[in-house]
Design a protein around this ligand. Sequence first.
Ligand code: NDP
Length: 448
Amino acid sequence: MNAKQYVDQVFEQVVKRNPGEPEFHQAVQEVIESLVPVLEKHPEYIEAGILERLVEPERQIIFRVPWINDNGKVVINRGFRVQFNSAIGPYKGGLRFHPSVYIGIVKFLGFEQILKNSLTGLPIGGGKGGSDFDPKGKSDREVMKFCQSFMTELYRHIGPDIDVPAGDIGVGGREIGYLFGQYKRIKGAFENGVLTGKHIPYGGSLVRTEATGYGLVYFTHEMIKAKGMSFSGKTVVVSGSGNVAIYATKKVQELGGNVVAMSDSNGFIYDKDGIKLDTVQQLKEVERKRISEYVKIHPASEYHEGCTNIWTIPCEIALPCATQNEINEASANILIKNGVKAVGEGANMPSTLEATKVFQENGVLFAPAKASNAGGVATSALEMSQNSMRLHWTFEEVDSKLKDIMTNIYKVSSEAAEKYGYKDNLVVGANIAGFLKVADAMYKQGIV
Ligand code: NDP
């Protein structure tokens, strides 16, 4: 069997054995199709069944999360943790709390995490988890009760050397705090390396809050710099207004770019003079309100319903930072018609396979999520290091390590692309560079 036939056969099996999980199929397809040239050079990986093992999680945990809301009503949510691959380190990946979460979403995110974590150069395996719990509109007390119930089951599956969860959509510092408090209480031990994204006083790392957004801009900057461009004076659209979007916007503004639009799941704001980030932070991080409130404070700006319509706003650089599949083929074509030069993915898999193809065929510089948004998990790994060493690095120290890591991810991804005959194709380059390390470790550890 040649490499192409092997890849096709593995993909066929994935679709058959994981029915009704289109996001997982999409993530697997994008990765394994690009690995054909590697498998041609390494037939021993085919023989050792590396791909079949890579697409099958080592462990999948699904559990009941019962809690009582402020009206005294019993609510049942579903909790998930997928421990995907531990070839190069303990499972590592965030928790997502959003009504759309089901096993297929957790598997797509967990699978992406394997190669992303490998790309950081740090010793972390891949995992992901979450719940269909919706934190929107819930009181702090309800969020706390939910988190405590969630951790009452999860704690037995995780640990600083086993599996280290962090945040994702709907899980920020508040949720991590409640989760850690309950873990500590059950374990009777202060093992703060069990979770990352913690607040500073109990073992959090400086820069973790900013890391994914900053890292995205560091990576995108490397990519455009290689073609003689910079952020300075560029019009930029950033979707979302959560953790990744806010800190990507902050860094773009520091580098002299003009961010003119941001969104939430209801709609987007357009402020041609530049988004006032302080207002967005106040609305989203403090008051937990809708982004539509922005126009009441800045009447010269506009609010439009429909979050995906944000891609009709002309820009030279687009940074999708909200959620998966938020840019489809039609949106990609509109962006190109309006003159987009570069796309940097902040969210996980925000571009559909068709949209990615359209960008690449039209010469748009394209930074794929598993490389460009790896700054969050890389800084989480730096948080784990500080926890193990029981010390605390300064903001400048962590930021400079983050910048070095993102620059290195760009370097290894572009070199791998060139080496395997796909010059400038960072999608293929990131997949190959991330895969080689994991595959080598899996091969050397035998059939486990
Ligand atoms: P947040 O919960 O902080 O923010 C998410 C933002 O995206 C909000 O503005 C939210 O709007 C919007 N959004 C969420 N779901 C949808 C949807 N279905 N349709 C449209 N908009 C939506 O999450 P993060 O910023 O942490 O995460 C954003 C993306 O970045 C995700 O894909 C995540 O996996 C990825 N990521 C995050 C990392 C991190 O460190 N936080 C690390 C690496 C990747 P609303 O408020 O209306 O829900």
